[in-house]
Write a protein that binds this ligand. Structure first.
Ligand code: FAD
Length: 494
């Protein structure tokens, strides 16, 4: 076996987070080995955000065309999946070929190795017969894979995960969707709008169970209006497939469909990473990190793997912390100045930053100028790209109450706002604000409706910067925008 090869940094898994870290460290002049066993870029560009949003864009175009009948004459719409499947191949994924992404990384000076990497003791990573010794550290960005529940019979059937759903070229006549979370609902609505008979089966008592109950009701109503059958509080007990039809047996009922999509969550596969060789417990659901993404000495983790939120923007945000921290670690190892001591930790998800003295005194994730930033997830935004979109930031009402916050709630219905009324068909939505009455700041908000994810940005700023509610009440909201409903919700706070 070859001697370990000495490099500066090894990045295992070049998904969203790993590719960003590896590319930026290579651009900074470090010798970086990036290891990827599948496609550089990871889930988001090939089987996640990008192709699913292309599908949603197409499905929403169909829905808008149907709205012509109520607003602007008449339109006949004949859905055709072929352009969608073609666009996903031609524009999003290069038919699941990562040459462009590999070139992007090597063009920055990185060295690419295709294969499965695993830790092989402190600072060492093995890929097949090759072993790398990382002078300054190892970054793990190995993401998650679909978590398939142990339902009797399921493993023996040709069920779909998000991969097959994104790659589909010929739509089935009917589809069962196991899981009513964000991914399940987005895909269910897309396929329904293209004429597939869709049934969603969710074990919790509502879809989008992690969001506000009002968001769950809104999304369920919207999907039902598109013809989706939704069954909540239903636990699948057994799954069978007779060669052409899936049957889900649940609580005395049976649901059938030509295809079955399983979207019941995601799981990090820590057992594959050799964590035992560095004294880290691999028997956990996710890999815990501190606020600088440290797993243990010389090892950082980034992205879905950390369990801090399965979003591309979390992976990118964390990469923005890992890169300066690794560079800082390198400087300290070489005996240079230490920037780390000046970093200040701000509250965790439950923490509320004191806003005395106005917005400028509010905390954020960036510490003093020139120092290494630390993670702050208080204002974590998330968007479910159904139509209407459900955007949310920070705490839900229930989470805030559970954390002992002195909660005030402000709610405004979008349909009765000026813009909602003008918009007419497709105008369902709301703004819900969760305030900490003691601190006088918002700690959470939901913005649902047309462009709900875009309207969310104002609320993210408010939560992130702990902008005093008194200031939010006395700013000018353009008329007649959807975001003007934020002002109505502020007025309704009680
Ligand atoms: C259908 C769907 C829609 C989504 N939509 C959105 C959205 O709209 N917005 C959003 O923010 N997020 C969305 N997401 C989530 C987003 O895709 C993930 O949060 C993001 O991809 C996480 O990036 P990551 O770098 O942590 O992991 P990944 O992108 O999963 O990348 C991890 C990489 O590591 C590789 N790997 C794993 N183990 C090893 C190993 N041992 N050696 C070498 N390589 C390894 C894998 O092959 C993979 O390429 C969506 C996800 C899905 C499934």
């Amino acid at each position: 076996m070859a001697e370990p090869e000495l490099v500066d940094v090894v990045v295992v898994g070049l998904g969203v987070g790993g590719e960003e870290v590896a590319g930026r460290l290579a651009e900074a002049g470090l010798s970086v080995v990036g290891i990827e066993r599948d496609l550089v870029g990871g889930e988001c560009p090939y089987w996640g955000c990008v192709p699913s949003k292309m599908m949603i864009r197409a499905a929403n175009a169909l829905a808008e065309a149907h709205r012509v009948n109520e607003l602007a004459g008449s339109a006949q719409v004949r859905p055709d999946w072929a352009p969608v499947a073609k666009r996903i191949r031609a524009e999003a994924t290069d038919t699941w070929d990562d040459k462009v992404a590999v070139d992007r990384f090597t063009g920055k000076g990185g060295r690419f190795v295709r294969g499965s990497g695993r830790l092989d003791g402190p600072n060492r990573v093995r890929v097949g017969d090759q072993v790398f010794h990382a002078r300054y550290g190892v970054v793990l960005g190995t993401g998650t894979r679909p978590s398939v529940p142990p339902i009797d019979g399921l493993a023996d059937t040709p069920y779909w995960t998000n991969h097959q759903a994104i790659e589909v070229e010929e739509l089935p006549a009917s589809l069962l969707v196991l899981g009513g979370g964000a991914i399940g609902l987005e895909l269910a609505q897309v396929f329904a709008r293209f004429g597939v008979r869709v049934t969603v089966i969710e074990a919790a008592d509502r879809v989008l169970a992690v969001e506000e109950p009002e968001a769950s009701a809104l999304a369920a109503d919207a999907l039902r209006a598109d013809g989706v059958e939704i069954h909540t509080g239903v636990k699948a007990g057994r799954v069978s497939h007779d060669g052409s039809t899936f049957t889900v047996h649940a609580d005395g009922a049976e649901f059938t469909g030509e295809k079955l999509l399983v979207v019941t969550g995601r799981k990090a596969h820590l057992e594959e990473l050799g964590l035992d060789t560095v004294g880290v417990d691999a028997g956990q659901r996710y890999l815990p990190v501190n606020d600088r993404m440290h797993v243990t000495d010389g090892i950082w983790a980034v992205g879905d793997l950390t369990g801090e939120g399965a979003f591309t923007h979390i992976a990118m945000y964390q990469a923005g912390i890992v890169v300066p921290d690794v560079l800082d670690h390198m400087r300290r190892t070489k005996g240079g100045p230490d920037a780390s001591g000046t970093a200040s930790v701000v509250g965790g998800a439950a923490g509320v930053v004191s806003a005395v003295g106005g917005a400028m005194s509010a905390g954020g994730s960036t510490a003093a100028p020139g120092s290494v930033p630390v993670a702050d997830y208080r204002a974590l935004p998330r968007v479910t790209f159904t139509d209407p979109e459900v955007g949310a930031v920070g705490l839900t009402e229930q989470q805030a109450r559970e954390r002992g916050v002195n909660v005030q709630v402000g709610y405004a219905d979008l349909t009765s706002s000026a813009r909602g009324w003008i918009h007419k068909t497709g105008n369902a939505g709301f703004i819900k604000l969760i305030a900490d009455a003691d601190q006088g700041v918002l700690v959470g908000a939901t913005s649902a409706g047309p462009a709900g994810g875009e309207v969310l940005s104002a609320l993210v700023v408010a939560v992130h910067a702990a902008v005093p509610i008194s200031q939010l009440r006395h700013m000018i909201y353009a008329y007649p925008t959807f975001h003007r409903a934020i002002e109505d919700a502020l007025r309704a706070l009680k």
